[in-house]
Design a binder for this molecule. Structure first.
Ligand code: ADP
Length: 475
């Protein structure tokens, strides 16, 4: 079975969100297929070369995979566009090069994994070994099928782990291509096992599996909770969870309004609002509120929604019908709760899952649209008076993934950054991310950090080795 594509009996549809039409059918993995994949990964971990190679050799194969990805940028970007509705232009310059960069970053770290030397008490000395944690289960969401695949896979590979990867059922295509490219790059059989399938079946089989040593998940808070429960009820495997958000962006009176409007727009509507850090709660200080609101509405008029292959388009279709309907129902909630619809609020066209960039004003902190993660192009605009009030309201959420501050006052920027309980704070920018930047949540946005060298730690066990020093006069 190892090292080749197999065809389980069942298949499911991969759909093009531009039209709602079926692109192709994909093999659907279920519990037994996850089991086979885990067996392959287990064998590759317990007996195969990958964990036993030098870090340098692992890094070399990862570098080769990065090269192959770069050689196929157009094809990969096109897969995520036809299947995920993502902008083709972004795929070409952000997602796919970002995946190659992530592989290279962790490839470079693979031969720099060290333990520490311990000077223990009386007559003992010791050291720590950083060992790969074992077989990892990665459960990937659909909003960044390429970047998030490698955000999870690359540090686990560098650490020497083997793995089973389950892409989201909405976006199964590009991951199959990565399995193919990994083989071409010389990745030993059984190291990366991609199984497409649904969350309640294939995903649940991963989190409950007795022979998976760790699960790394990105997705909704609700599913994160199920994964943690399944891990607790099976072999107590550690989990890392990167979950939802309802991130605040605070704009102070001294901000450059045009610049702020651009940052806010990008923060909210980038990737059609299907991004866990979306700046969905925008708090504007009262002195500039009116001007800001007018400019924001003006900006919405120049925002083009349409075919994600068209280079003039800013926003493609939502990923699928379910998501599309969920977003439209949140918009109805907003109207019913008494928020003022400033712009947007409707679907675009009659075909596919396109939605206008939507902005609500007069939003109260306790309205559903201000509290729940919508995961679509819907912004809540609110007014504040003082910094203290803004901090309090920004923190008034169960989430803690990200926050933004726009001000020229360094003191305000520093105070607010330290006061907001979130995993990343952006000052005078938003969604500025790099593989070197640890990324993860506080509160119900999860725990564990993807990216940066912090991510490597998630895939290691620390072993202490202790030995006596006989006849030493030094105690
Ligand atoms: P969204 O709600 O944004 O669609 P999810 O959190 O449901 O995102 O999905 C993210 C990933 O989690 C997908 O790969 C999905 O198949 C998987 N998933 C969904 N439900 C479960 C579950 N019960 N156990 C494990 N994985 C799941």
């Amino acid at each position: 079975m190892k090292g080749r594509f197999v065809t389980p009996g069942k298949t499911f549809e991969a759909v093009d969100p531009r039209t709602g039409e079926v692109i192709t059918r994909v093999a659907e993995g279920d519990t037994e297929d996850i089991d086979l994949a885990v067996k392959a990964a287990r064998h590759a971990f317990d007996h195969g070369p990958w964990p036993r190679l030098s870090g340098f050799e692992r890094g070399r194969i990862m570098m080769k995979l990065a090269d192959l990805i770069e050689e196929n940028i157009e094809e990969i970007a096109a897969l995520d566009t036809i299947n995920g509705g993502k902008l083709f232009a972004h795929g070409q310059v952000l997602d796919v090069p970002g995946a190659a960069r992530t592989l290279r970053y962790f490839a470079g770290a693979a031969d720099k994994i060290h333990g520490t030397v311990l000077k223990l008490s009386k007559g003992l000395q010791g050291y720590t070994l950083r060992e790969p944690i074992g077989v990892v289960g990665h459960i990937i969401p659909w909003n960044f099928p390429t970047i998030l695949f490698f955000t999870k896979v690359a540090p686990a590979l560098a650490a020497g782990c083997t793995m089973v990867v389950k892409p989201a059922e909405q976006t199964p295509l590009s991951a199959l291509y990565y399995a193919h490219l990994a083989k071409l790059a010389g990745m030993p059989d059984g190291v990366i096992n991609v199984v497409n399938g649904f969350g309640e079946t294939a995903g649940a089989a991963i989190s409950a599996h007795m022979d998976i040593d760790k699960v790394s998940f990105t997705g909704s808070t609700e599913v994160g909770r199920k994964i943690m429960a399944a891990a607790a009820a099976s072999n107590l495997k550690p989990v890392s969870l990167e979950l939802g958000g309802k991130s605040p962006l605070l704009i102070f009176d001294d901000a450059d309004i045009n610049e702020a409007v651009n940052i806010v727009f990008g923060g909210m509507f980038f990737n059609k609002g299907e991004i866990c850090v979306a700046s969905s709660r925008v708090y504007v200080q009262e002195g500039i509120y009116e001007k800001f609101e007018n400019k924001l509405v003006e900006k919405a008029k120049s925002w083009v929604v349409g075919d994600p292959f068209d280079p003039r388009v800013h926003q493609g279709p939502q990923v699928d019908k379910k998501q599309f309907e969920k977003i439209l129902s949140y918009i109805e909630h907003g109207k019913r709760e008494g928020a003022t619809l400033l712009t947007g609020g409707k679907r675009v066209g009659q075909k596919g899952y396109y939605i206008e960039p939507t902005i609500f004003a007069d939003v109260k902190d306790d309205m559903i649209i201000a509290k729940e993660e919508i995961f679509g192009p819907v912004m809540s605009l609110m007014k504040f008076k003082t910094m203290e009030e803004a901090i309090k309201r920004a923190n008034n959420t169960t989430y803690g993934l990200a926050a933004g501050i726009i001000t020229k006052d360094l003191n305000v920027a520093n105070t607010v950054s330290r006061s907001i309980r979130a995993g990343i704070i952006w000052i005078n920018c938003y969604t500025a991310l790099d593989v070197d930047c640890p990324f993860g949540g506080y509160k119900m946005s999860g725990f564990g950090r993807d990216c940066g060298l912090e991510a490597l730690n998630q895939y290691h066990q620390i072993k202490s080795v202790v030995t006596p020093i006989r006849d030493s006069p030094w105690h």
